[in-house]
Design a protein around this ligand. Structure first.
Ligand code: SPD
Length: 281
């Protein structure tokens, strides 16, 4: 019998033919499932929403990580909030100049399941520069008195239900509090098609806090609508100014990201230009 694993998201349905369920559990926070799919290889779903797959994860994780890392000035301290599959910290820890990467993930259950069943995504769990903590990212950025960060990467779930707080102005302001002057923040900012309102509201919220805010775009075939956005924000200009010396070895090891993709990803389709123009500023 053919098994289909189905995600319903914003009035759409995406079904993946599933060969085998490898893990199915419920943590204090959410339902966690990892299964082997015919089209995308192993895939992780949280509360019935696809989070990542072996076949396309590189597009998402490279695009979340490298535009910020390669435009920040020699980042040494990096904070990742969320990202329980380990793909984002894997990309961050490819930079020899990074001294510490603090990862704050609320759900230990996700990390444990991913360590066991998705080790091909999270390949940096044993890196000594990784400081993995199971805690609430919002509490952390609001209350931490630790040294500030050069780069902050937000790798959260969709802003639906419990994930909504990760798109709140209060949360972004607290993230900014934890950034060094001139630091860079990058976040996953949703599908600009199916979550268009959230996408533009997010741009507006970030513009109130940062002098320079630039959305960028790329494909993530697993995610509803297929087109994804991330957003770069900083008080310092320079979203297109790659540090080419640092970029070369990183790009060499990437499967999606490169310098041409970097420039192209920040090009704004007309509907985005018009929507941003309405925000003013
Ligand atoms: N609709 C799915 C959005 C998921 C964004 N985060 C994915 C986490 C991958 N590390």
């Amino acid at each position: 019998m053919t098994l289909w694993y189905e995600e319903t998201f914003q009035g759409t349905r995406l079904s993946l033919e599933s060969i085998e369920t490898l893990y199915s559990g419920k943590s204090e926070f959410q339902k966690i499932e990892i299964f082997e799919t015919k089209a995308y290889g192993r895939a992780l779903a949280l509360d019935d929403v696809f989070m990542t797959s072996v076949k396309d994860e590189f597009m998402y994780h490279e695009m979340l990580t490298h535009p910020a890392m390669l435009t920040a000035e020699d980042p040494k301290r990096v904070l990742v909030i969320g990202g329980g599959d380990g793909g984002t910290v894997r990309e961050v820890l490819r930079y020899p100049g990074v001294e510490t990467c603090v990862m704050i993930e609320i759900d230990q259950g996700v990390v444990e399941a991913c360590k066991e069943y998705l080790p091909m995504i999270g390949t940096a769990w044993d890196e000594p520069r990784l400081d993995l903590r199971f805690a609430d990212g919002i509490d952390y950025v609001k209350n931490s008195d630790e040294e500030k960060y050069d780069v902050i990467l937000l790798d959260g779930t969709d802003p639906v239900g419990p994930g909504e707080v990760l798109f709140a102005q209060e949360f972004f302001a607290a993230c900014k509090r934890m950034m060094k002057p001139g630091g860079v923040l990058a976040m996953q900012s949703e599908t600009p098609i199916l979550m268009q309102q959230v996408f533009f509201e997010t741009q507006g919220k970030l513009r109130e806090l940062f002098a320079h805010v630039h959305p960028y775009f790329g494909p993530v075939p697993l995610y509803a609508s297929g087109i994804w956005s991330w957003t770069w924000a900083s008080d310092r200009e320079g979203h297109l100014n790659l540090d080419h010396g640092r970029a070369a070895p990183i790009i060499n090891g990437c499967r999606y990201y490169n310098d041409a993709i970097h420039q192209a990803a920040f090009a704004q389709p007309n509907y985005v230009r018009r929507g941003l123009a309405k925000l003013g500023g």
